[in-house]
Design a binder for this molecule. Structure first.
Ligand code: SF4
Length: 436
């Protein structure tokens, strides 16, 4: 009997892209995907370990699934991705509702792990496979407008707060040819937007082809002329002027860069082992803005990292004032066991202080975004319609090339259309307009 599989994906875009690869692998084995947990014979949780509350979410989900297993004893549950890679076989002790575990490098082993679990054999494959990039597996995508294309996996940096190197292993880059083949296929299939993915795409390098990320981006732009090309995530110490000039030279490469800074204090950047100072970051921002007029820049910010003083915090706020990020992902520091910070740095900023500083960062970001978005009123923007707006069925939601969210009157347009929209209102996160 055909087995139905429900995959629940947590965390980052890389996990979403992995789920598309896993779907392909399991469909090749004759499994059928289902959106409903209730009709599934197998539930797979593709997990994220980047913050403590991410792990709590998984444990709560497993507890809920235990209830379902009491009603359906043949229901299988697999936990894959960064949480089992992080906690390893200890996970079996954290919940008795798990039949198998797999890490980000061992998805090719899933059919065997599932087969064993069907015979009551609980198993785990959490090996790091340094050369694994899942090249040759055609992802099964859910959408038809935007597509993620992972170009590399893992990270060789060792930021003191980060678990990624321990869950996704060392960096390895996909062969340039396999990336460009996939980009060409997406263009032929009519995708309007392609996002190249990696934990630190700037350090992409295909040894055999001698191809770095700037060249890969340029080739992708030429291979998919009708599509918008995006990429994420960059590391400030690795972003080069040659890459920025490629963005400036190609209309279909979106003029927006996500450049996580984490803190505005050079002292904190040192403790975080980010490999650059505040000044060096600002020089990169100046270079980017010099090369790409009108570029938008977003970032990641952590409040309350080990040893952070009020002075360090104010330096983060002043950096935000100076750069004026379009938006930022903001968090307060939570200890991740196994990281350098967990082992060697005291988590000495009180939670109350972390939360207050985070609130100040969020309030400042909303003020800046609100001003930047209000300045767009009266302008006309090219918006790629992505879906119906959550606000009203009479409106569509999409984004500009600069990654700004726009909600606009639907008229005769549909998702996938590139629409000229005149902006007549704004909030700190959304532009509102009417087709021109
Ligand atoms: S660059 Fe730093 S923060 Fe980003 S994934 Fe690598 S170790 Fe983590």
């Amino acid at each position: 009997m055909t087995k139905k599989v429900h995959i629940r994906t947590f965390g980052c875009q890389m996990n979403q892209a992995d789920t598309e690869i896993i779907t392909s692998l399991l469909q090749d084995e004759g499994y059928v995907m289902t959106d409903s947990e209730d009709s599934a014979d197998l539930v797979i949780l593709n997990t994220c370990a980047v913050r403590e509350n991410a792990v709590e979410k998984i444990m709560n989900t497993l507890n809920n699934l235990k209830g379902k297993r009491r009603l359906r004893s043949d229901l299988l549950v697999g936990v894959i991705g960064c949480v089992p890679q992080y906690y390893r076989e200890k996970m079996f002790g954290m919940s008795d509702g798990i039949d198998f575990l797999a890490g980000p490098d061992t998805y090719r082993q899933l059919p065997l792990l599932i087969e064993n679990a069907q015979q009551g054999i609980r198993g785990a494959n959490l090996a790091f496979i340094p050369e694994e990039t899942y090249t040759g597996i055609e992802p099964v995508r859910t959408g038809s407008i935007s597509a993620f294309v992972p170009v590399m996996r893992g990270c060789n940096n060792r930021c003191a707060f980060c678990v990624v190197p321990y869950t996704r292993g060392k960096e390895r880059s996909r062969p340039m040819k396999s990336v460009i083949d996939e980009v060409e296929q997406l263009e032929e299939a009519g995708y309007r937007e392609i996002t190249l993915l990696g934990q630190n795409v700037n350090s992409y390098f295909d040894d055999n082809a001698g191809c770095d990320f700037a060249e890969l981006l340029e080739r992708s732009s030429r291979a998919a002329k009708r599509a918008r090309i995006r990429f994420t995530t960059s590391h400030p110490k690795d972003i080069s002027e040659s890459l920025v000039r490629v963005i400036a030279a190609h209309d279909n490469i979106c003029n927006t860069i996500h450049l996580p800074v984490q803190s505005g204090s050079t002292r904190m950047l040192g403790l975080m082992n980010r490999g650059h100072s505040r000044e060096e970051y600002l020089e990169k921002i100046a270079m980017i803005r010099r090369c790409i007029p009108g570029v938008t820049i977003s970032t990641d910010l952590i409040a309350g990292f080990c040893g952070e003083t009020e002075k360090d915090h104010r330096e983060t706020l002043s950096l935000m004032e100076e750069v004026r990020f379009d938006f930022s992902y903001t968090f307060y520091y939570s200890v991740r066991p196994g990281t350098y910070a967990a082992k060697h740095l005291p988590d000495d900023v009180a939670e109350k202080v972390k939360k207050r500083r985070l609130d100040e960062i969020i309030a400042l970001q909303n003020k800046i975004s609100g001003e930047l978005y209000a300045a767009q009123i009266g302008n006309v923007a090219a918006v790629l319609a992505e879906s119906e707006s959550k606000r009203s069925r009479e409106m569509l939601m999409g984004r500009t090339a600069t990654n700004r969210v726009v909600v606009f009157d639907r008229e005769d347009y549909k998702p996938g259309d590139l629409v000229s929209v005149k902006i007549h209102a704004s909030t700190s996160a959304t532009l509102i307009g009417r087709p021109q």
